[in-house]
Design a protein around this ligand. Structure first.
Ligand code: SF4
Ligand code: SF4
Length: 349
């Protein structure tokens, strides 16, 4: 493992350098206890100890609305639109890197998504070891407390003024040396980083599933036909879709077209959609194959707990807790739902 030690004053110089060639985004507090990734412009204060950035990072690869084709009806011509600004996400927690790794795989399968891949190829990811755990998070029990790949650099704060920075790619290492040579880390500094990880892990384990996450597909499958359970849990669902829109692993979108007033030029674009919204499963003729809120509610837990697992061998939930925070009805919590199912049938699995 190649690792360097970077001191706090050096980070400002590095950021200045990086910002000359890339759009750099960093975590910052936007309201009391509320964090977001925002462009770094020298004025923004980095929240090194943030617990969770509320808006999902998928927006950097799969924007909420994105033009994908432009057309000219007079000329019978159409051309793809692929925008991929060079960008750097600095300070991404491991569970969010895991979510991005998952999207990378899904966007490569079947029909590769060229718009997503172009944005992803132009994005550097610098991970950051968390020091606080959001109250709603349960990532330690979803196999998302650490990642082995998906980052160019991984930063761990080992003292108030120093970081242990592990190299994940040649491009990451190059970016670290952009202002001149940097100090190689010592064995003691590596050990300090390991201790920092164990400390946050102990904190994270206070919010966990009651069972090994790998049992989840079997659990939800067995509970699929328990209509009483799904109907009761979803009684207060507003079908607002907030839980899926904030989720870093949800990637559904709808494709639409619009033309100018003269019906000569136009564009095809995609925009986020979500399976908790009533119109999501509506098809020609007005038929809706998930008409009721309870069916959509069940589908979301099946999707997170089984369908994605069947494709990738990992759950479609990385335990960030964003949906728990976003749901005004307080019913979108995967940890609570899966634990409840576990309690009901643990003797059968
Ligand atoms: S389902 Fe909720 S907790 Fe799981 S990854 Fe999505 S937003 Fe995070
Ligand atoms: S579970 Fe909550 S956030 Fe999700 S659609 Fe229903 S009310 Fe909205």
């Amino acid at each position: 493992m190649i690792a360097y030690t970077i001191y706090l004053p050096q980070t400002r110089e590095l950021l200045k350098n990086w910002a000359t060639e890339l759009n750099v985004y960093v975590p910052t507090m936007v309201e009391d206890g509320f964090y977001e990734f925002r462009p770094w412009n020298g004025q923004v204060e980095i929240a090194w100890d943030y617990d969770l950035c509320y808006t999902t990072l998928k927006r950097f690869f799969l924007p909420p609305r994105e033009e994908i084709i432009s057309f000219d009806m007079k000329k019978y011509a159409a051309s793809p639109v692929i925008e991929a600004p060079k960008q750097l996400l600095f300070g991404v927690h491991p569970y969010d890197i895991k979510a991005i790794n998952q999207l990378d795989q899904l966007m490569e399968m079947d029909n590769p998504d060229v718009n997503y891949q172009a944005r992803r190829d132009n994005t550097l990811i610098f991970g950051l070891e968390p020091v606080h755990v959001a109250e709603t998070a349960f990532w330690s029990s979803m196999g998302a407390a650490s990642v082995d790949f998906g980052y160019d650099l991984y930063w761990t704060r080992i003292s108030p003024g120093a970081f242990f920075v592990q190299v994940g790619s040649a491009r990451g290492e190059e970016m670290l040396k952009v202002g001149g040579p940097v100090e190689k880390s010592s064995v003691a500094q590596k050990e300090a980083a390991r201790r920092a990880h164990l400390k946050v892990l102990a904190e994270a384990q206070k919010h966990s599933l009651k069972y090994d996450w790998q049992k989840t597909p079997e659990l939800v499958n067995k509970f699929f036909n328990n209509q009483v359970f799904w109907r009761e849990r979803s009684q207060t669902c507003l079908s607002c879709g907030s839980c899926v829109l904030v989720c870093p692993t949800c990637y559904c979108f709808d494709v639409k077209e619009e033309a100018d007033d003269l019906l000569q030029k136009g564009s095809r674009y995609r925009q986020w959609d979500g399976c908790m919204l009533k119109g999501f499963a509506e098809i020609a003729g007005g038929h809706n194959f998930r008409e009721t809120a309870w069916e959509r509610y069940r589908h979301r837990y099946m999707r997170k707990g089984k369908y994605i697992y069947d494709k990738l061998g990992e759950l479609g939930c990385i335990g960030c807790g964003r949906c728990v925070k976003a749901c005004t009805a307080r019913i979108a919590n995967p940890r609570a739902v899966y634990n409840e199912i576990w309690e009901a049938i643990k003797n059968e699995v």
